[in-house]
Design a protein around this ligand. Structure first.
Ligand code: ATP
Length: 322
């Protein structure tokens, strides 16, 4: 175990890796001897999600805890954050992701997209309002069951310096090789691993077999398929968009999100086109919402974002209407 967790402690941005590793927070915090920012209520019950549950943001207001309180990281100090002079970043956010649907978040840098996704996995608690999964307030459910229900994939998929097998088993301990290959297949990376001299035993990471950004992202999606969470929170990678891996990542994403409820910070044109709903986030508020064509037709911020962020991808997008 130490071998696996060791590298984690060395990383400066623990939060990102906690999420990337797709492990339950309580286990990892235990190992790292950190206090989580949120506490489990004594009467917390498991979140029993039948199928893909919906997600509700109900008048969500959020302020990040002030820095000195974070460093104290005591539950007492977290409880005080409501009265601290911390900066408010979400100002009454309301939306619903229907069961099994995909909602894409787009918006300028600093608009609050990542913050919204953090609240679904309960990295932080809302300051006002509520976030519900399957109708249950995330503050009322056990952290372990929330960790099992919500799979989080961030931009930088972190791979441990270890075999591909170990990197995958982390998502579902006890999975058979057959299950690992099936996940690699769904994530569009099976052929690559098959071609490696040592297959599943190939050591990856900075000092091992170097995977490209697109390949790492597909490895993260293979982990997601193994974990099989009912809800997916995904921050799509911006880098490594090239036509070859784009098509593969797109197929992998489609497989990973099928039958699940998802909230995606979208950087890919193909994703926003497929989203059941796009939320345009600006200054901690939802400035507009709808599907791609209708938002585009309305002009405004979405049309501007499309022009600056997405239009250049038209040639990469196999689904694009030419
Ligand atoms: P980007 O597209 O650049 O990732 P974003 O839309 O995801 O941006 P957030 O990361 O949610 O935006 O940030 C929203 C606001 O909250 C920003 O003003 C940011 O500076 C602030 N913020 C983000 N994380 C923290 C934190 N841990 N502590 C305090 N403030 C934060």
């Amino acid at each position: 175990l130490n071998r696996m967790y060791g590298p984690l402690t060395a990383l400066s941005n623990v939060q990102v890796d906690v999420m990337t590793a797709l492990v339950s927070f309580d286990r990892l915090f235990e190992v790292l001897d950190l206090k989580p920012m949120v506490a489990e209520r004594p009467d917390a019950r498991p979140l029993e999600a039948d199928g893909a549950p919906g997600i509700d943001f109900d008048h969500v207001v959020f302020r990040y805890p002030a820095a000195e309180e974070v460093s104290l990281a005591s539950l007492e100090s977290i409880a005080r954050t409501d009265t601290s002079p911390a900066k408010q970043v979400l100002h009454g956010v309301d939306f619903t992701v229907e069961p099994g649907q995909m909602v894409a978040l787009v918006g300028p840098s600093g608009a609050g997209k990542s913050t919204m996704t953090h609240l679904v996995s309960r990295l932080y608690d809302v300051s006002e309002g509520a976030v519900r999964i399957g109708g249950r307030d995330v503050r009322d459910v056990t952290l372990a069951s929330l960790g099992e229900t919500v799979g989080v994939v961030t931009q930088d998929a972190h791979l441990f310096h270890d075999s591909i097998r170990s990197n995958l088993l982390y998502a579902r301990p006890g999975a058979t090789d057959e299950e690992l290959w099936a996940a690699l297949e769904g994530a569009q990376i099976r052929a690559l691993v098959e071609a490696m001299p040592e297959g599943l035993d190939t050591v990856v990471g900075d000092r091992g077999y170097r995977l490209s950004g697109g390949e790492k992202q597909r490895m993260a999606l293979a982990r997601l398929l193994l974990k099989a969470p009912a809800v997916v929170v995904l921050d799509e990678a911006t880098a490594h968009l090239d036509s070859e891996s784009e098509a593969a990542v797109q197929r992998a994403l489609r497989t990973a999100l099928a039958g699940r409820t998802s909230l995606v910070i979208a950087h890919r044109l193909s994703t926003i086109r497929e989203a059941d709903q796009i939320l345009v986030v600006e200054g901690g508020r939802i400035a507009d919402r709808g599907r791609h064509e209708e938002l585009l037709a309305r002009g405004g911020l979405y049309a501007e974002l499309y022009r600056t962020q997405f239009a250049a991808q038209e040639t990469l997008d196999p689904t694009a209407l030419k």
